[in-house]
Design a protein around this ligand. Structure first.
Ligand SMILES: [Zn+2]
Length: 533
């Protein structure tokens, strides 16, 4: 069989992320993998008369970008909801709700997301009474930007059967008005589940449409793989159906929720089950809440809320049991742990599982791993636990020093210290909490919006977090994460050399073209046309 390339690029500035051969000017692909990488002359030998050839005229090429933590279905669904990010007051929130009510059927559910009381001029949480003023007949649920708190109106409370009589909630809270004893409309953590049970779930068709809408956005920003958090088995069905119909434009690694752990182990499904486009990743386990909502579990009180240390979803024994069960069934775990107390619990659970059932290469992950300290970082390294980080949080979470005080803030999102300590950091957005765009993640990892500049990464380290390290976090570094012969032919062409421009300008770099498995899945309008050397 002659080895003839199907696609080739010429005269590129190829940053391979392969330390032994870091640069190249040309590459070619065949059957979805890289056939040749190197000089124009070397790659020319693999071309045939039907090879599709592009001249990049010096443009920069990176390995396909990977985002390790995306709520893909939720993001797709949210494209049809009210977007409340950047709303500056409860008044403005009510205005947006009014418009949505007027375009919605009477009695239908209205769903929104993205509000943040810290941005409101009123500096307080919205209440059900605020929402009732403009939405009496439609049940309304508006989720805070962090996803850990929502506000609902009276109609929604009524349908969900939540009242002053509702008893205490394990791992959550229904806020009650101290004067009237009635619910305020604010539901925290697992108390939100009571509400969502009352909302009709999206149909399979709606889920599929949501995934495709999200995937279209993803390839435009250079993503070739996503580690995708799902909430239910019906979301997995939607993904599986799309895969079967060969409709998935990019590669997805599924993070099933802890609630599906029993089913996975019963079926003997392990991390890695699937194919190059759709596979099972780690099981996602929540250990605590969020810093924004002051529900992340801290070892010491919140600096701006004395007496509050946040919420642990499980006690140590419960968490140990869950992690051990996954671990001994050859499943990787991804534990959401933001506060230092939650991270401590998560590490103890990994330590317990690994000592009882030693496994050479478990690659368990901590999602966020935000509030750290030196002993915790050392334990992460010793236990070989990966930090799944969201660099844009360093810019968005401007209130961190208020929440935890200046001393603890020094080691919140400590990317450089983690890297220097030998902890693998894998990059992500946590979209839709943040914008789906790895270039913004790289920019944030390098600039941090000016916060704790000594923890900034250099561009190479930041790109590595969104390529090689992210591939490592799903056991795929042998097939992804760098441009090397034999690896999957996933790469992106950028408008500028991201390594040579000032760090502030990184955020303006555009993706010109995204190639997955040797197939061009996205080209920006006006980008290069066909060319033969
Ligand atoms: Zn998340």
């Amino acid at each position: 069989m002659p080895r003839i390339a199907e696609l080739a690029i010429y005269d590129g500035n190829i940053i391979t992320m392969n330390p032994s051969k870091p640069g190249a000017e040309s590459l070619s692909t065949m059957n979805g993998i890289f056939l040749a990488v190197g000089s124009n002359r070397k790659v020319k030998k693999t071309l045939g008369k039907d090879t599709f050839i592009l001249n990049l005229k010096g443009k920069t090429v990176l390995p396909g970008l990977i985002d390790c933590h995306v709520h893909l279905v939720k993001y797709g669904l949210q494209k049809t909801e009210i977007d409340l990010r950047n709303v500056k007051s409860i008044r403005e929130l009510k205005g947006r709700l009014t418009r949505k009510v007027s375009s919605s059927a009477k009695g239908s559910w209205i769903v929104g997301h993205g509000w943040d009381q810290d941005r409101f001029e009123e500096k307080r949480y919205p209440t059900r009474l605020d929402l009732d003023e403009v939405a009496e007949e439609n049940p309304v649920v508006l989720t805070r930007v962090c996803g850990h708190i929502c506000v609902v109106n009276t109609a929604a409370l009524r349908i969900a059967g939540i009242s002053r009589e509702t008893g205490p909630i394990h791992g959550g809270q229904i806020d009650m008005d101290p004067e009237t004893g009635e619910p305020t409309g604010i539901l925290r953590e697992s108390a939100q589940d009571l509400l969502w049970k009352a909302v009709p779930p999206p149909t399979l068709k709606e889920l599929e449409a949501a995934v495709l809408a999200a995937c279209r956005d993803a390839v435009k920003v250079g993503l070739t793989s996503i580690h995708c958090l799902v909430d239910s088995s019906s979301e997995i069905s939607a993904l599986r159906t799309l895969r079967k119909r060969k409709k998935l434009p990019l590669r997805l690694s599924i993070l099933p929720p802890r609630e599906l752990l029993e089913s996975l182990t019963a079926l003997g499904i392990t991390t890695g089950f699937g194919d190059d486009y759709l596979r099972i990743g780690p099981v996602k386990i929540f250990a605590d809440g969020s810093l924004g909502a002051r529900t992340a579990a801290l070892a010491q009180d919140y600096s701006d809320d004395p007496g509050n240390k946040g919420i642990m979803i499980f006690n140590q024994d419960e968490l140990n049991d869950i992690v051990e069960k996954a671990h001994k069934s050859d499943l990787q775990v991804a534990i959401h742990a933001i506060g230092d107390r939650a991270i401590e619990f998560a590490l103890s659970a990994v330590e317990n599982a690994s000592s009882r059932f030693p496994r050479k290469d478990h690659r368990h992950r901590i999602e966020h791993a935000s509030v750290l300290n030196r002993p915790l970082i050392k334990r992460m390294k010793d236990l070989n636990v990966i930090a799944s980080i969201q660099p844009t949080f360093t810019i968005s979470d401007f209130w961190v020093p208020q929440r935890v005080g200046p001393e603890r803030a020094r080691l919140v999102y400590p990317f450089k210290t983690l890297t220097k300590s030998g902890v693998v950091i894998a990059g992500s957005s946590d979209c839709p909490t943040e914008i789906l765009n790895p270039i913004l993640g790289i920019h944030a990892a390098v600039t941090r919006g000016g916060s704790v500049p000594e923890e900034s990464l250099n561009v190479n380290e930041a790109v590595e977090a969104f390529t090689f390290n992210a591939a490592y976090a799903s056991f795929e570094e042998e097939s992804k994460g760098s441009i090397e012969v034999g690896k999957l032919a996933d790469f992106v062409v950028l408008s500028e050399d991201i390594t040579q421009i000032s760090s502030e300008r990184i955020k303006d770099v555009r993706v010109e073209m995204t190639v997955i498995g040797g197939r061009i899945v996205y080209t920006r309008r006006g980008f290069v046309t066909r060319y033969r050397p």
